[in-house]
Design a protein around this ligand. Structure first.
Ligand SMILES: [Zn+2]
Length: 194
């Protein structure tokens, strides 16, 4: 069954090892921040640094693995109809909106939405690592290292299919940042499949 994450919100998803998570962009140009924690030991979390090190790329796609801070495999990317995602930037937050956008009364962003979704499982706000930002388009200039946040390349119905490599608690958002989503907030759909 397809589940809907409304614009600017998040969901908590339990995955057993071997189950699949399909993340779908129903309207196109919408980012979904994905966080993963070991279901049985929440100190083991998704690690951007480990993953970029072991996969030797910043542009992860089909065939790549997302690793934990303990150098164990958390998620495998089995399908990817877009081929451009980000694993450099932290989830948008009230501070993001204050510092980058100059908002006086900022939205809590993906960071706040993830914490709210995961708090019932005992996940603390301070412990949230960098997310794998599904559909986020952050090209990096190879010479200067300058990066840009551009509209996602995803079209309506595009998806990424992950396989859980261990029992996981996953946080997934419909991202709240203007720049990341071409200035229109849209839902994200997902499915848990055996
Ligand atoms: Zn966000």
């Amino acid at each position: 069954m397809v589940q809907v994450i409304p614009p600017r919100s998040a969901a908590a998803i339990e995955l057993k090892a071997g189950q699949h998570l399909k993340v779908i962009d129903p309207e196109g140009e919408q980012v979904a921040d994905l966080l993963a924690l070991n279901r049985h030991d929440m100190a083991e979390v998704l690690s951007s640094g480990r993953t970029l090190d072991y996969q030797e790329t910043i542009y992860l796609t089909r065939g790549d693995i997302l690793w934990s801070n303990r150098s164990r495999q958390m998620l495998a990317i089995l399908e990817d109809t877009v081929g451009r995602h980000d694993f450099l930037l932290t989830p948008c937050s009230a501070d993001t909106f204050r510092i980058i956008y100059g908002h006086a009364h900022p939205h809590r962003g993906c960071q706040g939405n993830l914490h709210a979704a995961l708090a019932p499982y005992g996940v603390a706000a301070e412990g949230l690592p960098a997310c794998f930002n599904v559909f986020m388009n952050v090209p990096v200039d190879a010479q200067t290292g300058r990066l840009k946040v551009l509209p996602p390349l995803s079209k309506p119905g595009d998806h990424v299919l992950f396989r859980a490599e261990m029992d996981l608690l996953v946080g997934l958002t419909a991202c709240s940042a203007e720049q990341s989503n071409n200035y229109r907030f849209k839902p994200i759909h997902y499915q848990v499949l055996d």
